[in-house]
Design a protein around this ligand. Structure first.
Ligand SMILES: Cc1cc2nc3c(=O)[nH]c(=O)nc-3n(C[C@H](O)[C@H](O)[C@H](O)COP(=O)(O)O)c2cc1C
Length: 185
């Protein structure tokens, strides 16, 4: 049975749910899957000791950046993701789901920039959207909320409701991504 490691970083938990959904579909498709949240008991040596047929690397985006721990892990272990025969999928969770102006780097730009920076050529890549919670119940601290609201008002006018939770996660695309990744083996 082929085995796949899904490795991700998440600040506000959306990417956790996405990684879990991807893993669920891969398992349904007959793969052995190990899922690693880089923030919880993550040991690069332990992970890379095992032989994986494929990796899926994902991150929530903050201020235009991949999660720094995921970034560091990939940069330090680049060789594992470029091995011949090893399949690589990369995805991001981000607020700028569909726009592609010079600020928001929508669609796959956050994957493309980062992958090319590290010399990675993923077999599959995706931007699944994300959650910007500006509602009363948001757990974002008030200063961050203020900065992000202003950023979004400027960069994505009319796209983001600045008093609500904005959830642009596309679950159908997540399922399709996992099925397409399964199909490349
Ligand atoms: C402090 C902060 C900064 C963010 N910066 C960006 C950004 O630069 N571009 C973007 O598209 N989304 C940005 N977002 C939106 C996140 O990418 C989105 O909330 C995503 O769902 C986060 O994934 P996570 O919950 O797994 O951390 C930001 C969110 C926060 C809280």
């Amino acid at each position: 049975m082929k085995n796949i490691a899904v490795i991700f970083g998440s600040q506000h938990e959306t990417t956790i749910e996405i990684a879990e959904k991807i893993s669920e579909i891969l398992i349904q498709n007959g793969f052995d899957v190990e899922i690693y949240n880089i923030a919880i008991n993550f040991s690069p040596e332990h992970v890379l000791m095992k032989k994986f047929d494929g990796f899926i690397l994902g991150s929530g985006i903050q201020m235009g950046q991949w999660n720094p721990k995921v970034k560091k892990f990939i940069a330090n272990n680049h060789v594992y993701f470029t091995k011949k025969g090893v399949k690589l999928g990369m995805f991001i969770t981000c607020g700028a789901a569909r726009s592609s102006d010079r600020f928001s780097k929508g669609n796959c730009d956050y994957v493309d920039f980062f992958a090319s920076d590290l010399g990675l050529t993923p077999d599959l890549k995706a931007n699944f959207g994300g959650v910007y919670d500006f509602s009363y119940h948001s757990n974002l601290n008030i200063a961050i909320r203020y900065i992000l609201k202003n950023k979004e008002k400027k960069e994505n006018p009319r796209q983001i409701e600045i008093k609500r939770e904005n959830d642009s996660v596309n679950w159908d695309e997540i399922i399709t991504f996992a099925n397409n990744f399964s199909a490349i083996f």
